[in-house]
Design a protein around this ligand. Structure first.
Ligand code: SF4
Ligand code: SF4
Ligand code: SF4
Length: 317
């Protein structure tokens, strides 16, 4: 990863020096191990701040809209899928974008790491292949990378960028395919059980909207939750309105969700948002054979209509 980070810095420095772009968006180190922060570089000498490691989990496609300047972005597989959707929706211009593609073997979930450390502070973490060494004041511990990845990354099929101007590093192999077992288990519940499960989950939501703000595809100039005429949902939190917010958010992402997991990771209350977003990912894949952001030339599933489109949802309870 150190070599990949060095290649990113060198590419960014050159792009700025040669004035190919005005801005490079990448990652800088955070204040804790396995934490990084989006970083905006305008001067070649500042390219030295860029890093790339298993803590670079933000989807940087979120920062590309509404820019007139020429921008380069460091993009993992899921970031490039989001970029493809934004290009298809005319939210960004390909001519103004330089994509620094980086293969990604997955981002580490700090919550899973903390659970392994028995309350000790993580001082450093190093990923070597499929193993991670965790350093605490009590010593070192080795864990398998796959055991501490974010759930999204455990089943990622698109770790390699699907679109790029330059590809740095070595391609990675797809991980185990998603069998949507949790979604199917949820669907197997009775309507009353599903409602009880959702009510319990959504009673935790504090409506901070971090999930919405972290998503590159959630870009309406006025979100329905902020409308005052009409008022769709109350400002105060209650499970029914919280559920309505998520139901609308998720439906707006049908056929557009790049399954990057950014919404789920952003939630400070630990709500399980992935089962809902992946329900739509699964349905769109099964019904229309379509995965969002994988192919720039493919027509988005919900942008076209055919008389023989499958419509089982019209009669399902
Ligand atoms: S979803 Fe895939 S590309 Fe995105 S961070 Fe995880 S492994 Fe990397
Ligand atoms: S991030 Fe979590 S707590 Fe905040 S609005 Fe979304 S679901 Fe609710
Ligand atoms: S809904 Fe969540 S998983 Fe899907 S693209 Fe948005 S942030 Fe990523």
């Amino acid at each position: 990863m150190q070599e990949l980070a060095a290649a990113i810095r060198e590419t960014a420095r050159k792009l700025l020096e040669e004035k190919t772009v005005d801005l490079v968006i990448g990652f800088a180190s955070g204040s804790l191990p396995l934490r990084s922060t989006p970083c905006f570089i305008r001067k070649p000498e500042d390219a030295a701040k860029l890093v790339f490691d298993a803590g670079c989990e933000n989807n940087l496609a979120n920062y590309l809209r509404q820019r007139d300047e020429k921008v380069a972005v460091v993009a993992k597989g899921c970031d490039t899928r989001a970029i493809v959707v934004l290009l298809q929706e005319n939210q960004i211009k390909r001519d103004n974008l330089y994509i620094i593609g980086v293969p990604c073997q997955g981002m580490i979930d700090r919550v899973k790491i903390d659970a392994l450390l028995d309350g000790k502070d993580l001082l450093a973490a190093e990923v070597q292949g499929e193993a991670v060494t965790l350093k605490t004041a009590a010593g070192e511990k080795q864990v398998a990378l796959v055991d501490v990845l974010h759930d999204t990354c455990k089943t990622c099929q698109y770790g390699n960028p699907v679109i790029y101007d330059v590809l740095l590093g070595e391609p990675v192999k797809p991980r185990q395919a998603d069998d949507f077992a949790d979604v199917k288990a949820f669907e197997a519940l009775s309507p009353a059980e599903r409602k009880a499960r959702l009510t319990e989950e959504f009673s935790k939501c504090i409506r901070c909207y971090a999930c919405r703000n972290a998503c590159p595809m959630c870009y309406c100039s006025e979100c329905f939750v902020d409308c005052s005429t009409p008022i769709w949902i109350k400002k105060s939190v209650d499970p029914a309105d919280n559920m309505m917010f998520q139901a609308v958010r998720v439906f707006h992402l049908a056929g557009r969700c790049a399954d990057c997991g950014a919404c789920d990771r952003a939630c400070p209350m630990g709500l399980n948002l992935r089962t809902m977003t992946r329900k739509l990912v699964m349905d769109v894949k099964e019904l229309f054979g379509y995965e969002a952001g994988v192919n720039l030339d493919a027509k988005p599933a919900l942008s076209e209509f055919a008389f023989d489109d499958p419509q089982p949802f019209l009669v399902k309870e």
